[in-house]
Design a protein around this ligand. Sequence first.
Ligand SMILES: [Mn+2]
Length: 366
Amino acid sequence: MAPVNHVEAVADDPRYLEGKPASEFHAFLDEVFAGLAESNGTALARVRSDRPVQVIADSHGDYVSVGRALRYARSHDPPHRFVGLGDYIDRATCGDPKPTALPGGSIWNLAFLLAWATRAPDEVLLLRGNHEAPRRFPVPVMTFLKELRRHFPREEAFGLYCRCLDVCDRLPAAAATENGVFLAHGGIPPGSASARLGSRPIDDRVLEGLLWSDPAEDYEDRGIGFSYTAKDLERFLGRNRWRVMVKGHAPAHLGRSMYGRQLLTIHTSDLFQDLGHRGILMAEIPAIRRVRSTRDLTVRQLVRGDWKPYRVAEGPAGPRRRSVPARGRKGRPGVPIPAVMRRDGAGPPHRHTLMPRKFGPDGLDP
Ligand SMILES: [Mn+2]
């Protein structure tokens, strides 16, 4: 009998490892390590613009939506390039606040994406989200280890967990396309003029900025990350000759373009689809010479299994307000978060209480 190629098996079936002994998972991770070793581990990855690039963001265990996104990218000839903006794991719980439709999905989602990044390393790129860096910065809501303990023998789960984090340590923290789009999970480095994104190992503050930051309009002090204004972003992009940033992380502005059409937030998960401007979204960066604004991107929404055109909303969510400069990580920017996100329940009814994003007994991070 020919030995199983685990990468191929998982790429074809995200749940391939379900019910298998932990040794099979280890064998899969061995293949992933061997495949990823060459191509990853830098702070900034470069993405060629010879073909369109499909971008997904926070998926948090929703391997079904991710599978549909990847299938869409690969249905073209040659396949479109594919970039994940992190947060592949965690939150895929059966419990409160809102269960994803796919409890336990963190394992299958991460494995599926790693299998593809290994199978097609020139075409599928995975960046880290804050959930893929819990060793560097604590993440308040982690379900990944719990899921591993549910699906694999308890004495094996922690070893698998550590090896998965070892793989995540090799993923780059940000990427840029040749035609001028900057891609990162949350934000830009603080004092970003001097940030060296090429450095490895990546500087802690730079990593914190990329993985945990939010635009000033979304910013709430979680004790980690920084807020950035339109001017900060413009300066950072300008210095690097980029024009647009696509991010995930905070869902407050999901499906919206802000900061003079320089910044777009997307999520690709059933978990967050009712927040922000709503939807399970994927953004396409076209294979043009220069992307000048978020208007050059095509955003699609997953509706009953199909990627339908999606109209991006312009400007920050919520009532019109004067912009208030952020006062740094200690202070609040003084900008109210949209009513739908508030804990007090004011505003439209919502099914779950993912906001506000604060540490605490009931606190949840984005
Ligand atoms: Mn996040």
